[in-house]
Each structure stands twice: as C-alpha cells, then as structure tokens.
Design a protein around this ligand. Sequence first.
Ligand SMILES: C[S@@+](CC[C@H](N)C(=O)[O-])C[C@H]1O[C@@H](n2cnc3c(N)ncnc32)[C@H](O)[C@@H]1O
Length: 303
Amino acid sequence: MNSGQDWSDYWLKEGVSGEVFVNQQGHKPPELIEYWNGIFQQQPDGSSILDIASGAGSIYADLPEHQHYLHGTDISIEALKLQRTRIKGISVTASSADKLPFPSNQFDLIVSQFGIEYAGTAAFLEAVRVLAPGGRMVLLCHYRNGYIDSRIAPQLTGARIALETGFTDKAAELINARLSGTRNERFQRAKQAFIDCERKLAACLDKRSEGIHVHLYQGFKKMYENYLNYEEEDIRSWLSNVQVEIQTSVGRLSAMDKATMTEAEIATICQALLQAGCQKATFESFITSRHELPFAWSLSAVK
Ligand SMILES: C[S@@+](CC[C@H](N)C(=O)[O-])C[C@H]1O[C@@H](n2cnc3c(N)ncnc32)[C@H](O)[C@@H]1O
C-alpha cells in the first residue's frame, strides 16, 4: 500500500467511512473535533492552511464557520475527490508528502492527522520548507502500542498468518476433494493440510478478535458445517474474494504499522524539525476520555 493507486482503491471502496477515527456509526471522538477546532480558532482570519495526507478531509469536516483558506494534499486522487465534494471552498493538490509542489514559506498553519508519517521523515522536513516563518505545524501521528496500534497489530498478524498458511487454497482443496468422496486418500490429505493451517489461524483468535482473518475463519467454518446448503462454486468464489481482501488488508495494515512511531522516533522527528529551522518542536500523548491507551502523538512546532 505505497502507491497513490492503492490508496485510491481504498478510498473508492470505503468512502468517508475510511477515516481512521470514525466508528461504525460514523462518529468521531468529540475530543478530536474540539482539538482541531481549538487549533483553528487560534489562527488569525485569512490564514492559509494546508492539511497534508488529508484523505477525505477529516480534519476540516467539522470546523465551524471560519475565514481561512483551506488546502488539502494527498497521494490519492480519489481521496481528494471525496474531499472536494465534502469541504466547501477547498483547493486540493495531488502529491506525495515528501515532495510538495508548493513554493517555500507559503502556509501559516500546516496540519496532518495520521497522514504525514506515511511518507517518512523527508515529509516532515518538506512541511517545514512550505511553512511560513512564524507559522505553526500541528500533527496527530500514529502511536506505537497506543489504542489504534493495539487494534491493528493483531489484525495484521492474523491476516499475515492467513496468507502464509495458504488458508484459502487449502480450504478450496478441501471443498474440491470432498466432491470426490470423504473416504478416499485425497480427501484425507486435504483435511489434514487444512487442519494444520486452521490451528495456526485459530491460535490468533480471541473474544475481541476483529479483522479479515476472523471473517475468513468464521465464514468458512459456517459454510463447511452447513456444506449441503451451499453450492461448491459459491464457496470457491467466496474464498477467492476473501483472498483478495486479505492481500489488500496486509498492504494497508503494514503501511499503518510502518508509520506508527515510538516515543524515541517522535523525539527524533522533533530534533530534525529544530535542525530544519523550527524555533520550537514538542510532542505529547493525545488521550481521549473513552480509551485507556493514548490515541496519537500530538506534535506541535513553530518555524
Ligand atoms: C490513514 S489515512 C488518513 C487520512 C486523513 N488524514 C484522515 O484523518 O482521515 C492516510 C492517508 O495518507 C495518504 N498517503 C499515504 N502515503 C502518502 C504519501 N506518500 N504522500 C501523501 N499522502 C499519502 C493516503 O492516501 C491516506 O489518505
């Protein structure tokens, strides 16, 4: 999940519900809305503001009336299309965050929410370049062992195990072999091979499990147990669709995992911002009332 096309596939499929912080009912934590509103209220009217790796426009979506000039940039054209239909008056530019097509010293405020860190350290330095002298940069970044990571890491492990064990191929062979009868050698071999990989996948499930591997494990179990109610072709086609979803999930979750930062890593980014010309660069944990683990690193810098 490194190219703009991969991310565009993601945004086309998920729409605005693809935002990291939104729950299944489409709600964001109120602390998040308050956080960004607080930042924007401190800006003088007429500020030029850039959201880097803006996705579908989560940061701007809940702003009250304002007099600022809003810009969004993202590697995905589909994300920007969603953003343009959602945020009145915004101007958008497709680009990778480590190579922004803007002149130096242009923006009064730069923001990003689980975005800039996907493009690595060079993107933080590029943000300093386009920030105006005296301008401010405020970022919420993925937090290693925080709330989001605690949900994502088991999903990534499960999806990787489903891929590595070849679960869907073995499940399809079990279905094919079953057609030839349950007493022959082919079926016994297919059953044993399937049981071995099923055990490995079952070892990553617990009561709170979520993710594509859970869908695969439970879905196939249900079909196999109710075998007579399904057409074999439907089971095979379901398995091959889930296989594609697993590959997509591994790509997306690996990108998130790679972007997630430890305290030492965010401290190193702050040092790099100071060396690149910021007068001040600090970070702290971003906490919400409903979650025990921190949600994000909140990084604030002034050029
Ligand atoms: C987890 S989403 C967050 C989007 C949005 N900021 C939000 O809060 O909903 C990460 C975003 O980073 C974008 N992205 C990934 N790699 C990028 C890169 N190298 N340059 C710019 N944007 C990138 C993706 O297209 C995606 O929209």
